[in-house]
Design a protein. Structure first.
Length: 114
């Protein structure tokens, strides 16, 4: 069974940066299109970025130009670099395959506030 562990969240001021990590155990992520998702209080979970096995990326419009998804297959880890953070980025962030085929991890809380 694949276990996903997200980390790197925290409290940051508007305009700040964070780098999230998603480490997997139990299976290789190398053959999967991976994604970062987020869920804000009272809202549905949304997909914010994906990366293919070849490294091609796609972003939701609200984060385009500010977030960067990347992967290190040797470390079985996916990253999300978040810059120019806004209060509306506040959410619990999760990773999974783009098709959400793995069990969800616990997520990592990102709070953007002054």
């Amino acid at each position: 069974q694949v276990q996903l562990v997200e980390s790197g969240g925290g409290l940051v001021q508007p305009g700040g940066s964070l780098r999230l990590s998603c480490a997997a155990s139990g299976s290789s992520l190398s053959f999967n299109q991976m994604g970062w998702f987020r869920q804000a209080p009272g809202k549905e979970r949304e997909l914010v970025a994906t990366i293919t096995t070849f490294g091609s990326t796609v972003y939701v419009g609200s984060v385009k130009g500010r977030f960067t998804i990347s992967r290190d297959n040797a470390k079985n880890t996916v990253y999300l670099q978040m810059n120019s953070l806004k209060p509306e980025d506040t959410a619990v962030y999760y990773c999974n395959t783009a098709s959400q085929s793995f069990s969800w991890g616990q997520g990592t809380q990102v709070t953007v506030s002054s």
